[in-house]
Write a protein that binds this ligand. Structure first.
Ligand code: SF4
Length: 401
């Protein structure tokens, strides 16, 4: 059976973190019940479409999935397992934020079949948590982590952020030491991105805060790589580190440019050579889903076009805002720059098998140029970024777009 990954978007949050530009909304919790029902309808719509696929991974992301009552998550999981063929080895992850989590919820996740927990910690320092607009303390995270282990979670990730305003390298190192001491098998560590439209961006514009020096940011990144490598983590993707056997299978699906279906408000999908996304607003998503048609079947695009379907409000098809047909050239290009995010890079044979053509031939000139600039290494087995290439990855990726 063909494999596919499933993403479930939960767009609710207790409050909006100051740096966040995700499709998430605070103050809409009264919509949780109807949203859950709409999600279940969307899952039902996909029953036929995914009948030839086996679900290899499921990922509840957000937003804050742990804001939902445990019975809502159980209902969604029941709907997934009754509508789809889910691999018995499927990795099933849920993102959870301290401040919205308790032992009963964690137990219920386990009972529903969820086997991976991704915790949004961001910082070990309460002062930084407050500055980021997070609703929790480090102590609450520790308490949730202990409960998670008591109910049987072993596969656990923490999300961390560095390069926060005024952050010192010693503070970042202290956080890495504390997390390593907790023996958490997977760490995602991202530098702060100053996104447009966020409170952080406004505070920067008004002169209250400023980004740290770029050299210091790079120093923090290199420290992260060295520290975690020395502690037995493999640095398997630009911002991700895992102990043996704990790499995130769901995210690897994205980096390998493989098929996934995203359900829920604003969720993106990529399968059958189409990319599309659902309506972002919770109310739009609920209203459209309640019309009762498949979100995809009426919106198959003409090749190479981007369709704006929102005006078609008579059909659930309108829940899909855009559908983009992916040509072979697009797929090759995406597979290159997504695959290079992984430190093992592009496997030449695997790529050639997928496209009937070697990446070494397709990108001969680009690869030579990048090798001369010491940004990339390649031989007849693989193509991968050098450390300099990782530091300047956006420049490298542009060569393949
Ligand atoms: S909890 Fe996550 S999704 Fe929600 S506002 Fe904060 S960063 Fe954004």
């Amino acid at each position: 059976m063909k494999q596919i990954a499933l993403y479930i978007h939960i767009p609710f949050c207790e409050s909006k973190c100051y740096y966040c530009d995700f499709n998430s909304f605070a103050g809409k919790n009264e919509l949780i019940e109807t949203y859950t029902n709409a999600l279940i309808k969307e899952i039902n719509h996909y029953r036929e479409k995914l009948s030839e696929y086996q679900i290899s991974t499921v990922f509840f992301g957000g937003g804050t999935p742990s804001i939902l009552a445990s019975n809502h998550i159980s209902l969604i999981m029941e709907s997934i397992t009754s509508n789809f063929s889910v691999s018995k080895n499927a990795e099933i992850s849920i993102e959870a934020n301290p401040g919205t989590l308790n032992k009963l919820k964690l137990q219920s996740y386990r009972d529903s079949g969820i086997n991976r927990l991704s915790m949004g910690l961001q910082s070990c320092n309460n002062a930084y948590l407050k500055e980021l607009g997070r609703i929790h303390t480090y102590k609450e995270f520790i308490s949730n982590l202990e409960d998670a282990r008591k109910v049987g979670f072993k596969n656990i990730n923490v999300d961390l952020m560095f390069a926060l305003p005024n952050m010192k390298i010693k503070e970042w190192e202290k956080c890495l030491i504390e997390i390593n001491d907790l023996e958490i098998p997977h760490i995602s560590a991202y530098s702060l991105i100053w996104e447009d439209g966020t409170k952080f961006q406004q505070l920067k514009y008004d002169g209250y805060i400023k980004p740290i020096d770029e050299d210091l940011e790079l120093e923090m990144y290199h420290l992260t790589i060295e520290f975690l490598k020395n502690k037995g983590y493999s640095h398997y993707e630009i911002s991700n580190y895992a102990k043996k056997g704990y790499q995130c299978k769901h995210n690897i699906t994205y980096w390998k440019n493989q098929n996934y279906v995203g359900l829920g408000a604003g969720a993106h999908s990529y399968y059958e050579n189409k990319r599309f996304n659902n309506a972002n607003k919770i109310q739009d998503y609920i209203a459209l889903t309640n019309k009762g048609n498949s979100p995809v079947k009426n919106t198959m695009p003409q090749t190479g076009t981007v369709l704006a379907c929102r005006k078609n409000t008579d059909s659930l098809a309108a829940a899909v805002e855009n559908v983009i047909s992916i040509s072979r050239a697009d797929e090759i290009s995406e597979t290159m720059f997504l695959g290079l995010r992984m430190t093992k890079g592009i496997l030449v044979e695997e790529f050639a098998k997928r496209f009937n053509e070697s990446p070494l031939a397709i990108y001969k000139n680009e690869l030579e140029k990048l090798r001369e600039q010491k940004l990339i290494l390649f031989d007849d087995k693989s193509i991968k970024l050098t450390q300099k290439g990782i530091d300047l990855s956006n420049i490298v990726f542009c060569e393949f777009v």
